[in-house]
Design a protein around this ligand. Structure first.
Ligand SMILES: CCOCCOc1ccc(-c2cn(C[C@@H]3NC[C@@H](O)[C@H]3O)nn2)cc1
Length: 448
């Protein structure tokens, strides 16, 4: 038996997002988001699943908070639905939406749980998408207005703030690959979206500083760690492109004030350019306080001219996979965290990490041993990373409960708590009790 002790002030938490858990999609004055539209577009989401009900957390949040308290977390990452706050994107403020989130945040604080807020977790008001989305500066300005409303309302209650969740997904998964909402398949559109959200991020951080808001603010990129299939320079370059598009494409502008030139040149070859306006890069590089890092898996990639714009193909290496098909390989998290040091030893929180394991109830229990094994491996890497002196300050498991997994609908389950999507009954899985013990002890026991 090996014991890994975590720092006394290490934050333990779980994460969710508004569209994935709230439901009540037509209640409380909420407007339409691009995910309401995308989910209703035939062929886009498995089984045509949508977030109309989801986990019904809009009505059941007190039950959810009771589960968080039972789990023993001290931090809970969630997102606010922009369409609940400004239903048409940049018009009137919906007081009912603000009041809902005040009730929720107050209940979290009463339970001794620190709110860790994501301002934008993919549910863009449809009216803004109809007018060009993130590629239109109207959306950028609308986001700043929305962010300033939230800053003003929750300053003093919330101390941890993220502007955007997984900018690569917002830009490239959703506008170059078309897999997520709004479903565009155009590389220039994706680059315009990426740039727009970066400008919106920078302007929001500037507002945060100007308004003297409490706490720390940052952004949460997702990680795509990749190692070369062969020792060829071509395969290594293919890995560099994959890693950089998820990370450097966003963090170079923020930390260095410029895009990674090798990728700018790569996209120029494909006929796509970044629509930089005067002053943009100064805005984007407004200093931030923390990074959220979302890690799930890593790839073994090779150069393949047929493998999309990046020409980087992920190979199937026969590794153990989760039920969504992602290889279980925690080593990539360790390698990535050292790669991240090129931006300095910045404060980092793992804002998402978890496994899609679709075990179901058996005699009233969910024996999700594979999820426990996944978490054991990844928390052991977290311990190594901290021991190396990297400022990793906290960990949020994705997810508290099974929820709407975007284009996969409800078939892919990432929760520590099982949700019966017919009855909405929540049932803690065996991994919930395993994580509860890790948090209680603040250490990890690894069976040798
Ligand atoms: C066939 C080609 O495939 C290209 C890659 O396609 C995907 C799909 C999905 C993801 C993805 C999903 N998640 C989990 C979410 N993170 C945020 C939170 O809301 C979770 O639900 N992270 N990444 C990545 C890549």
């Amino acid at each position: 038996m090996t014991i890994f002790q975590f720092p006394q002030d290490f934050r333990w938490g779980t994460a969710t997002a508004s569209y994935q858990i709230e439901g009540a999609a037509q209640e409380g004055g909420r407007g339409v988001s691009i995910w309401d539209t995308f989910a209703r577009t035939p062929g886009k989401v498995f089984n045509g699943d949508n977030g109309d009900v989801a986990c019904d957390s809009y009505h059941r949040y007190e039950e959810d908070i009771a589960l968080m308290k039972k789990l023993g977390i001290n931090t809970y990452r969630f997102s606010i639905a922009w369409p609940r706050i400004i239903p048409d994107g940049d018009g009137e403020i919906n007081r009912e939406g603000l009041d809902f989130y005040h009730r929720f945040v107050d209940a979290l604080l009463d339970a001794g749980i620190e709110p860790f807020l994501t301002l934008y977790h993919w549910d863009l008001p449809q009216t803004l998408e109809d007018d060009g989305g993130w590629g239109n500066r109207r959306t950028v300005d609308a986001f700043v207005k929305y962010a300033e409303v939230i800053f003003k309302e929750f300053s003093g209650k919330i101390n941890f703030w993220l502007t955007f969740n997984e900018p690569w997904c917002i830009a490239f998964l959703s506008n170059m690959l078309g897999i997520h909402a709004p479903g565009n398949k155009d590389v220039q559109t994706a680059i315009n979206v990426a740039h727009g959200l970066l400008v919106a991020h920078g302007k929001a951080v500037q507002s945060f500083r100007r308004m003297g808001i409490t706490g720390q603010i940052g952004i949460a990129p997702n990680v795509c760690w990749a190692e070369p299939y062969s020792k060829s320079a071509e395969d290594q370059a293919a890995c560099d492109r994959s890693i950089a598009l998820n990370t450097d494409w966003f963090l170079d502008p923020i930390y260095k004030g410029s895009y990674p030139q090798f990728l700018v040149d790569w996209f120029a070859e494909a006929g796509a350019t970044v629509p930089i306006q005067d002053g943009d890069m100064e805005i984007i590089s407004e200093p931030i306080d923390l990074l959220g890092i979302n890690y799930y898996t890593m790839g073994i990639n090779r150069h393949n001219p047929e493998a999309g714009v990046l020409q980087s193909e992920e190979m199937n290496m026969g590794l153990i996979k989760t039920d969504i098909g992602w290889p279980v390989e925690s080593r990539g998290l360790y390698e990535f965290m050292h790669y991240l040091q090129k931006y300095g030893n910045v404060d980092v929180y793992i804002t998402e990490n978890g496994a899609c394991i679709n075990d179901d109830l058996e005699n009233g229990k969910i024996n999700d041993d594979r999820r426990i094994s996944y978490y054991e491996q990844h928390l052991a890497q977290i311990h190594r990373i901290i021991n190396d002196g990297i400022n990793l300050k906290g960990y949020m498991a994705w997810s508290l409960m099974d929820n709407y997994e975007w284009a996969e609908g409800y078939r892919m389950r990432f929760g520590l708590v099982h949700v019966d999507f017919r009855s909405l009954v929540r049932t803690p899985k065996e991994s919930f009790y395993w994580y509860q013990n890790v948090i209680k002890n603040n250490w990890l026991e690894i069976r040798n």
